[in-house]
Design a protein around this ligand. Structure first.
Ligand SMILES: Cc1cc2nc3c(=O)[nH]c(=O)nc-3n(C[C@H](O)[C@H](O)[C@H](O)COP(=O)(O)OP(=O)(O)OC[C@H]3O[C@@H](n4cnc5c(N)ncnc54)[C@H](O)[C@@H]3O)c2cc1C
Length: 427
């Protein structure tokens, strides 16, 4: 790992963070010949949550040239997802192959430490200068439109680097958004906590459905079960912050109580043993009002966080990382900063992708919406449009978009009329 030259402007772009957003951005930038420094505070491989991928990520994974690497890495093939209620009475299973084109028939359940490392290595291979153990601590514009000076700490010393462009891919900490004072918007009212761990011996579906993500919804929250390799299953619980407060912050107690209260979980975890202590993290949606300045772009969770129920985070991180890279490549080649229009356009595009998920997340959390979701009217091909979103298609063409709008309208009507059968355990 070579030392950073801080005495002159030696990099075109600094990418903050080596998660999926940062590695994807770094790879595309370096492939176009830009001099890229990627600063990552941890040393990889490192743990990260967010293990279920969506098939619409396949395009980017193929563009990066890592799709075969993922197949070789032995990650669990994921052919769909399923949703059920805590007492097990209601069940809805999606198969990607049924509704999506063949290239989206399969995705992966990944150990993120390995997955993120594969992507970071790809960025280095493309020519990106990757520095691990380098935590960015300060960002200051040298002039109003840049360049920017960044301070980072590595091996006990503070260094500075000046750069024309910055992509902030630092994750949920939102480093640059905060440093630039961009206001935050809370896009979900309720605050929730996720409590999760890895377990061995969890009861799995048989056959191809053995790789499905299982989501179990009960009155006050939901569980995820994500089957990873070597009989490890990622099991997580999402509940309102208030539930954890009532148990005086004892997350193990909250987790055990919720398992006991849901027969579906009792059955699946009957022989399970956790292999790592449970972790907990805040879990609610927000985003910065804007994701761009003339010289800084926010990508992935550093732009905003979408509730993870539909496993959209890594997809959105990779998509926004790729888009941010393309925006910079175009402007850099024309030796100019991003115009106001381009900044607005970037924010609008990424926010639109997030919006698709906010729409379906809202339906999931509200009882009437979930009742319709578990019974999407088979007429007018509505289940097909839902399957596209479950698979990660954020560019809904008109033919799917209006069906999704109709689905949302049905969710609204369900409050007054029983369009879909009621789910008594949620009432
Ligand atoms: C409970 C939960 C469950 C989830 N489940 C899923 C799921 O099943 N599927 C899915 O797709 N998504 C899921 N997500 C979302 C997913 O984890 C994120 O959306 C995804 O990791 C975002 O990628 P990123 O590259 O933007 O950020 P990250 O993956 O967070 O990467 C950011 C990187 O930046 C580094 N960094 C941070 N600050 C600095 C700094 N100052 N200097 C240098 N480096 C820095 C960090 O060390 C990290 O490596 C889940 C999230 C949560 C909270």
């Amino acid at each position: 790992m070579s030392a950073v030259d801080s005495s002159h402007d030696s990099h075109d772009v600094v990418v903050i963070g080596g998660g999926p957003a940062g590695s994807v951005a770094g790879t595309f930038l370096a492939r176009e010949g830009l001099r890229v420094l990627l600063l990552e505070k941890e040393h990889f491989p490192r743990f990260a949550i967010g293990e279920s991928l969506l098939p619409y990520s396949n395009d980017i994974l193929r563009e990066l040239g890592v799709f075969e690497d993922l197949e070789k890495a032995g990650f669990t093939p994921k052919h769909g997802a399923e949703f059920c209620t805590g007492e097990g009475a209601r069940f809805q299973r999606f198969w990607f192959a049924k509704s999506l084109q063949p290239q989206y028939a399969q995705s992966f359940q990944v150990d993120r430490a390995t997955f993120d490392h594969i992507l970071l290595n790809k960025a280095a291979e493309a020519g990106c200068h990757v520095q691990q153990g380098a935590k960015v601590t300060r960002l200051a514009p040298v002039s109003e439109a840049g360049p920017h000076r960044l301070e980072f700490q590595t091996e006990g010393t503070t260094r500075t680097v000046t750069t024309r462009w910055i992509i902030d891919a630092s994750g949920r900490g939102g480093f640059a958004g905060k440093a630039l004072g961009i206001p935050k918007l809370q896009t979900q009212k309720s605050r929730r906590v996720a409590i999760y761990g890895h377990f061995k011996g969890v009861l799995r579906n048989s056959g191809k459905a053995g790789g499905h993500t299982t989501i179990v919804r009960f009155k006050d929250g939901w569980f995820w079960l994500i089957p990873l390799a070597n009989d490890v299953t990622s099991v997580g619980l999402v509940v309102p912050t208030e539930t954890v407060r009532l148990c005086e912050g004892d997350v193990s107690q909250v987790f055990e109580q919720a398992v006991r209260a849901n027969p579906e979980l009792v059955a699946r975890l009957a022989r399970a043993q956790n292999t790592v202590p449970l972790r907990a993290t805040a879990d609610y949606s927000w985003r910065f009002r804007s994701f761009a300045t003339p010289r800084v772009l926010l990508a992935g969770d550093a732009a905003g966080f979408v509730d993870p129920i539909f496993s959209s985070g890594v997809l959105l991180a990779m998509k926004s990382g790729r888009l941010a890279a393309h925006e910079i490549i175009r402007a850099h080649q024309q030796n100019r900063e991003l115009s106001e229009g381009e900044q607005i356009q970037y924010t609008r595009k990424v926010a639109e992708w997030m919006e698709v998920y906010h729409g379906i997340v809202n339906a999931f959390y509200k009882r009437p919406g979930f009742e319709v979701f578990m019974n999407p009217a088979a007429f007018l091909k509505i289940p097909g449009s839902i399957a596209h979103i479950v698979g990660g298609n954020t560019e809904l063409p008109f033919s799917l978009g209006w069906r999704f709008k109709l689905f949302q309208a049905l969710c609204g009507l369900q409050r007054f009329f029983n369009i879909a059968p009621a789910i008594s355990s949620l009432r």
